[in-house]
Every structure is written in C-alpha cells, then in structure tokens.
Ligand binder design. Sequence first.
Ligand SMILES: CC(C)(COP(=O)(O)OP(=O)(O)OC[C@H]1O[C@@H](n2cnc3c(N)ncnc32)[C@H](O)[C@@H]1OP(=O)(O)O)[C@@H](O)C(=O)NCCC(=O)NCCS
Length: 191
Amino acid sequence: MKYFKKLPGERVYLSPICPDDAEQYCEWLNDWEVANSLLIFNQQLSLERERMILQDMIKNQAQIFGIVTQKNDQLIGNCSIFRINDRNRKAEVGIFIGDKKYWDKGYGSEALSLLLDYGFNVLNLNNIMLEVFSFNKRAIRSYEKTGFKIIGRRREGLIVAGGKYDEIYMDILASEYKSVYLKKNFPGMDS
Ligand SMILES: CC(C)(COP(=O)(O)OP(=O)(O)OC[C@H]1O[C@@H](n2cnc3c(N)ncnc32)[C@H](O)[C@@H]1OP(=O)(O)O)[C@@H](O)C(=O)NCCC(=O)NCCS
C-alpha cells in the first residue's frame, strides 16, 4: 500500500507522501501547463533532485500530502502547509493537481478544504494565506469556492512569456472555515 487515508473526503483523500512518486512529480512539475503557475519552472528538476526533495520533506516532517482519488487510489496531485508561524498561528498553503484530466472537476477545492481542516483543527492555525498569479483564473475561482478572499496584490510581480502579471494574495481565517471532516469525526463533539 502506498497511500493512507489521513484526511478522507468524498472523492479524494490526503495521504502522507510516498518517496516512490518522485518520477510522477517530476513529470508533472516539468509540464509547462501544470508548472507555469508554480514559480518553479525556472529550476532544473531532475529525477534525482526530486527524490532528494521528497526524502528531505519526509525527514523534516514537512506538512505535505499527496492528493489521492477515493475511487481507485490514484495520485493526482499534492498540497502542503508551509511557513508555519506558531506564535501568530499563521501559515501559507500551496496545491497542484498534476493530472490535467482532473482539472475543473472540484478535486482541487475538495483537497484544499481537507488541507484547511488539518491547518485549522490540528495545527490550530488562525490565518492561512496563499499566493496566486493573476492569469490563473481557474485557481482563483477554486480558492474562492474554498472560502479564500483576495486581500491584496503585488503589481507586475511576475514577468513571463512576454507578459507582466500581478501576484494576488488570498487568505482565510479559522472563524470563516467550516470543518469538512475532523470536527464531525471527533468524539468530543457528541457531548
Ligand atoms: C489550481 C488547481 C489546484 C484547481 O483545482 P481544480 O480541481 O482544477 O479546481 P476546481 O474544479 O476546484 O475549481 C476550478 C473552478 O475554476 C473554474 N474555471 C476554470 N477555468 C476558468 C477560467 N479561465 N476563468 C474562470 N474560471 C475558470 C471552473 O469552472 C471551476 O469553477 P466552478 O466549479 O464554479 O465551475 C488545479 O487546476 C491545478 O493544479 N492547476 C495547475 C497548477 C496550479 O495552478 N496550481 C495553483 C498555483 S497557485
């Protein structure tokens, strides 16, 4: 078994990452259509480097998950919580669905809702933020569906393929988020 249902949703679950998936991640993250929004396309991501990155993340207990389908246990993407600031209970999140067949079908927003559940109800965060480029309308819509609001933008923060694009900042507070799994499945909630 490669994946484990740490945070189960209706159509996807979040699993600890599997080091054997380095090649799959490498393929996705070298695909311009997937990675043009991720700020890593300018880096050389070889299989060996991706293997090392995954091993480092596992060793350092990074808050990172594979996004896996409930139907056939297929890995379709990845999401993570990083820049965790415990004193002020804030952090940032990132997500990608690498398998393009699964875009626009609600998998990204479901996975992000599960990630927020973990962030707000296990890590006890209060504010979770993300950055997205202004051309990435699909991502912005998906984040709005999940409950994120636009809080600001850095103008022309990205120059790529002859265009200048804004970086958009979005966030969500714990008080604005409704748990999709953890609260419903915590025994203390019955009493
Ligand atoms: C961004 C991403 C995680 C979203 O996941 P997803 O499963 O595709 O998104 P969802 O299906 O939850 O939501 C997408 C929404 O955007 C809408 N959408 C798609 N293209 C759009 C466009 N050009 N303009 C406006 N809305 C658009 C879809 O119709 C859908 O909204 P709806 O449910 O109201 O119809 C995923 O597409 C992805 O990984 N993309 C490549 C990498 C990436 O951009 N990562 C994010 C970097 S910040």
